[in-house]
Write a protein that binds this ligand. Structure first.
Ligand SMILES: Cc1cc2nc3c(=O)[nH]c(=O)nc-3n(C[C@H](O)[C@H](O)[C@H](O)COP(=O)(O)O)c2cc1C
Length: 319
């Protein structure tokens, strides 16, 4: 069973990936947050930094491309191959309105004829393995029946399946029957993604779907960064692990970003960590209020000193 770190735009960047690898590791692949290439194949400064091979040294990192135009996709894939990457991932799952509004991400699942045209061009011309991260449809889970034969036509390196539609975003239960259908229909390796928040969730999934080749975890792993270690039979999360990881991340970002930007990013991490912590609400609010480096570090330090792990530490979906 392979274990992958989900791409999370604005969170799992190169600095985060290296920090995670140094503090926990154990991940088979890190999927990078999407790069959306312009027709001239120019990348933003952040994208360039994030994708640079020297920032991903020692990791198995996979670049992800968000594009509706096959020429753009192929151009970016060519750039990544030149940099030394050996796989690229196609994003067919992003549900965000700004992305789908441009016909990209999950919007590409709407029109199977167009999708097929795009994939024909990509798979006929690409010079390295292409994996796909997808949802099961745009409006309705029934669309999966029409999408499966499309994916079955191509040498998909791995299909990473988030079994919800675009309209469902991250709400409601993932459609387990779509996983069975994929395993029955497709010959390529299928990787499951969605709502795996504890080692038990993963064991149960494996029992239900022994044909899965792996799992990809996102929010569950941000809330409990020791989850992979625990799944591999290692020690469960301790508050000290989290505090150490927090400090490592802080120092790593400070080498590159302005303090105010670093503190903003740390607030995001702290909100995820808080899912697993029993901590007086005031301590969390205090840390999230501080924008200055010294004051923030003091408030975060107070929080970690007083925090206890919850009995069942896990990410909890907002209702
Ligand atoms: C803040 C955020 C950013 C995300 N960015 C990306 C992205 O760049 N590419 C992608 O394929 N999925 C992205 N996702 C989706 C995740 O990779 C993953 O599919 C989703 O969180 C469900 O998995 P989980 O239940 O394990 O968190 C993002 C999700 C979140 C919450």
């Amino acid at each position: 069973m392979r274990i992958y770190f989900a791409p999370m735009e604005g969170i799992t960047d190169a600095i985060f990936r290296q920090a995670y690898q140094a503090c926990f590791g154990g991940v088979d692949k890190y999927f990078m947050p999407f790069v959306s290439p312009s027709p001239s194949l120019s990348y933003t400064g952040r994208e360039e930094y994030d994708i640079a091979p020297e920032q991903n040294r020692g990791l198995h990192a996979v670049p992800q491309i968000l594009a509706r135009d096959a020429v753009c996709f192929l151009g970016a894939a060519g750039d990544f191959r030149e940099m030394g990457y050996t796989e690229v991932n196609l994003n067919l799952g992003c549900p965000s309105g700004t992305v789908t509004g441009k016909g990209k991400g999950a919007a590409m699942l709407r029109d199977v004829v167009e999708l097929q045209r795009f994939l024909d061009q990509v798979y006929a011309n690409v010079s390295m393995p292409v994996s796909i991260k997808t949802r099961i449809g745009f409006d309705d889970p029934g669309e999966w029946e029409r999408l499966l034969p499309v994916f079955a036509r191509y040498p998909v390196h791995e299909l990473i399946l988030h079994p919800r539609t675009r309209q469902e975003l991250y709400r409601g239960m993932p459609h387990r029957e779509a996983v069975s259908a994929a395993l029955n229909y497709l010959k390529c390796p299928v990787i499951y993604n969605g709502d795996l928040f504890t080692a038990r969730d993963v064991t149960e999934l494996q029992r239900e779907f022994p044909g899965l080749s792996g799992v990809m975890l996102g929010r569950g792993l941000l809330a409990n960064p020791a989850l992979f270690r625990e799944m591999n039979g290692g020690p469960a999360l301790e508050t000290e692990d989290m505090a150490r990881f927090h400090d490592y991340l802080f120092r790593a970002y400070m080498k590159r970003w302005r303090p105010v930007t670093v503190v903003g990013r740390m607030h995001i991490f702290l909100k995820y960590f808080a899912h697993c912590l029993d901590v007086p609400g005031k301590l969390l609010r205090d840390a999230l209020k501080e924008n200055k480096q010294e004051e923030y570090l003091e408030a975060a330090g107070r929080l970690f000193r007083q925090a206890r792990l919850k009995e069942d530490p896990r990410y909890t979906q907002p209702s």
